[in-house]
Design a protein around this ligand. Structure first.
Ligand SMILES: [Zn+2]
Ligand SMILES: [Zn+2]
Length: 263
């Protein structure tokens, strides 16, 4: 049993499925992935992501505006609150800071990140945080505005162990993507070796970042199995045991998702 804790189902390359998302979702279920958390990133795609989640029993949704998209259009507090109340929504995000791709919108990103954290606190929902080359600022904002009780996750983690440790101190989880399988990802492997198992999640971030041996190809939720197998091997666990642990972690963090478990 596995869960893909971060994917963008509205952006998948559906060519192998003749354009049919049903078959991509089914392909994931066929490989033991019971639930997928589909993540919103732009103002326009939030309603789309919510409707995808409502269409599939095995899909839940997160609502928010990605830091790389805030300069196009940010969400108001009312919008975020409205989306957060929709059926199948279990988290806020992705939000956060990205100084790798976006440096000019730093102020907007900061403002938006803080707003997302406030809404999450109000709605008692966990937050899906994207952070890239913005270690200090991300931690400073989380320290000031994050909610310990409902917490959140640093997704697609690519930073070092001290940053992971600082996030753990805030009661945050760390989610590992297929990047961990890349040759140059020693820093992430070190994080994985050091991590307490009860704070680890796995994700594909599909359609991006397909794990080895599919690197460079279009990614999809069914490949979370490859990511999980790789980490299980690193930690000397069976895939089954590792799946059990990360599934438990997922439901502990995304408490609302449990009620939407497919029969
Ligand atoms: Zn991200
Ligand atoms: Zn994402």
């Amino acid at each position: 049993m596995l869960i893909d804790s971060h994917c963008h189902l509205d952006r998948l390359n559906l060519d192998p499925y003749k354009g049919n998302l049903d078959d991509a979702v089914q392909a994931a279920h066929d490989r033991g992935i019971q639930q997928m958390l589909c993540i919103s990133v732009t103002l326009e795609n939030n309603p789309q992501v919510i409707s995808i989640a409502q269409r599939y029993p095995g899909v839940v949704a997160s609502v928010g505006i990605h830091p790389c998209d805030v300069k196009e259009a940010t969400a108001t507090k009312e919008q975020l609150l409205y989306w957060a109340d929709q059926e199948k929504v279990v988290a806020i995000g992705e939000t956060g800071l990205d100084y790798h791709y976006e440096t000019e919108s730093k102020d907007l990103q900061t403002e938006s990140f803080i707003l997302h954290l406030q809404v999450a606190k109000e709605k008692k929902l966990p937050v899906v945080v994207h952070t890239r080359e913005a270690k200090e600022d991300t931690l400073a904002i989380l320290k000031e505005h994050a909610c310990r009780e409902y917490a959140g996750v640093l997704h697609c983690f690519t930073e070092d162990w001290p940053m992971a440790k600082a996030a753990l101190e805030l009661n945050y989880y760390i989610s590992i993507s297929g990047i961990v399988t890349f040759k140059n990802a020693e820093q992430i492997r070190e994080v994985v070796r050091n991590m307490p198992l009860d704070k680890l999640l796995v994700e594909t971030d599909s359609p991006y970042l397909a794990p080895a041996p599919y690197r460079g190809k279009s990614n999809e939720p069914k490949y979370v199995r490859e990511v999980a197998q790789y980490i299980a091997d690193l930690r000397g666990l069976s895939l089954e045991k590792f799946g059990e642990i990360t599934t438990e972690n997922f439901y502990r963090l995304f408490g609302r998702a449990r009620q939407y478990l497919p029969e």
